[in-house]
Design a protein around this ligand. Structure first.
Ligand code: MF3
Ligand code: CO
Length: 260
């Protein structure tokens, strides 16, 4: 069941996503060699609460933290730990916040110091593919058009698309219908309509598309242990076009010329 949102609800979803966007901006100030992923998590939790919001992932299906932090070969749902970030790592920070009952959900993958050029290119392509997907989230198109465009963009450049995890509707619940795969065929899936709010989140691998789940029950990593990148925006289909409710503006202001 896909819930279409009213204008008022879309504005509330924008507020929640702004909290997430600013939290990712805070993360950009702290991501550097020497910091633990658990420290990033506690900074994010404190920041979200200071904004009159609550962490959206904490306690969700028993998830233990505020952020999902996935380093290098970890694809998504990495649990913050005592792992110390190192020069050359890539780190995906997935953040959710609930404000006035509505969810925000967005992810940015950061380079830690100097990163190998081929890995930087993976980040760049994954981020670009997110915007390609958003461009296809037009009323009258189908959900499959989004995934098809992301898959085509990434595979043409030699990368592979994770199949097991998808984007999703966003609203009062973090995960609503529809599922939004990052692969697929044109013209397939639910019709995209004004009032839909969805998270689009390509998870793109440098090597093969295969993933495995770690024994902690959450962390998902590439089978071949090659790096994986992940970017996510929550968008509304609104006034006849996609409207990005989250934002990388705060991250990119902090990163400046180091931004990819
Ligand atoms: N953005 C992630 C997702 O949509 C966050 C969910 S993590 C969870 O899957 F811990 F909350 F499940
Ligand atoms: Co999501």
């Amino acid at each position: 069941m896909i819930y279409l949102k009213t204008e008022e609800e879309i504005e509330l979803l924008r507020e929640a996503n702004l909290v997430v966007a600013r939290t990712l901006g805070e993360m950009a100030k702290w991501v550097a060699p020497g910091i633990t992923t658990l420290k990033l998590d506690s900074i994010a939790e404190e920041y979200i609460r200071s904004q009159g919001a609550v962490p959206g992932f904490l306690g969700y299906a028993g998830y233990p933290n505020t952020l999902c932090i996935s380093v290098n070969e970890n694809v998504v749902h990495g649990i913050p730990s005592n792992y110390v970030l190192r020069e050359g790592d890539i780190v995906s920070i997935d953040c959710g916040a609930v404000k006035d009952g509505y969810n925000g959900d967005s992810t940015y993958t950061f380079a830690v110091g100097e990163v190998a050029p081929e890995v930087l290119q993976l980040l760049k392509t994954t981020k670009e593919s997110l915007y390609v997907g958003i461009e296809h989230a037009q009323p009258g198109n189908r959900i499959g058009d989004i995934g098809h465009s992301i898959q085509e963009y990434c595979e043409k450049r030699g990368y592979s698309v994770v199949r097991e995890l998808t984007g999703h509707g966003v609203g009062k619940k973090l995960h609503e219908d529809p599922e939004v795969p990052n692969y697929g065929r044109k013209g397939v899936g639910p019709l995209i309509k004004n009032g839909m709010v969805i998270a689009i989140e390509p998870m793109i691998n440098l090597g093969s598309k295969n993933i495995v789940f770690e024994r902690d029950g959450w962390t998902c990593r590439t089978k071949d242990r090659k790096p994986s990148a992940h970017y996510e925006h929550t968008i509304a289909i609104h006034n006849g076009k996609p409207d990005i409710l989250s934002s990388f503006k705060y991250v990119e202001e902090v990163l400046g010329e180091k931004s990819i």
